[in-house]
Design a protein around this ligand. Sequence first.
Ligand code: SF4
Length: 353
Amino acid sequence: MPEIQPVPLPPLGAEEISTACDYCVVGCSYRVWRWKVGAGGTANTAVPWANPSQHNIVQWQGEPHHVLVLPDPQARAVNPLGNHSMRGGTLAQKCYNPENKTRERLTTPLLRVRGELQPVSWDTALDIMAAVSKHVLKNHGEHAWGVKAYSYQYFENTYAITRLALDAIGTPAFAPHDKCANGNDAAGLDDAGLEAFAPAYEDWGACDVLFMSGTDPFETKSTLFTSWIMRGGAPNKTLIFATPHRSMGVAWAEQRGGLWLPVIPGTDTLLHNAIARVIVERGWQDQAFIEHWVAKRWEVDQGYGRGTRNTPWQWRTTWGTWQSDWEDFRQFLMSRDEHRLEHAARITGVSAR
Ligand code: SF4
């Protein structure tokens, strides 16, 4: 077994830096302590206890430095008192250190030459990309030039590639890492004129019923689940999951009277529509909310369904061809046979009872 090294405490006066976890969109608050290897001084015993996964040695200004990366014990807003997930709890491990596994990280572009990937300089890689791009644009047009871009973390990481694709080249074939196109995160809600990411974390905690489809936030947004959904203003809320797996969040929900709809992968849209049809058949929808907030026919036709506002109008405004308003949606729900509960149950695997 490898010997476990004790985690050093930073000396008094070590640099203290505020940052955020970049492993998921929750954005938990973290603090980093950084000090030169070999620096003496009195240990700062006020720093929270750190485990070996929260320590690393990095190069900083050409010299080796210790770093401790710890969830912020002072946090109030997102991850109160330094709550965090295992992912965030090991952030220090991803800092580049040639003495550990991070040495495998790519440090130059790679070019496949006669079947073998070979390191090349950034100048070479950019020259090749420019030459191939010019060839594609000249012979096939901008629709044939596409890019799939990493889109997490900070604006600075995405600005250049976004400008290149959408401004300089002007291609619609541009997609962030988690989507098949440069579309909205929840296109249906956005087209209806509702902001998909409007809820504050307090709202997740204060709701009476939470319906989660295709995800278990305990796994994907752990702090949102453990700090807000499990607690918050209404800790006894009812959780409903539509997921293929009985995950940890599902188990927790079921213990508290929640519901698990074990949907067959790929059939969740039908499940949503079947549930929506039952709601509409029984008149359970909040009609006043719909009348007030959901985009009207004219707004939809004009491209004013508010989700289209950030998208070039010529890509989205279809003069009513496929966008919809509330009445269209209601007719769609009621007219399709597959939205009937019995029919949907056969396809989705979720019992109609
Ligand atoms: S929930 Fe976990 S992965 Fe997400 S930001 Fe917080 S610590 Fe990072």
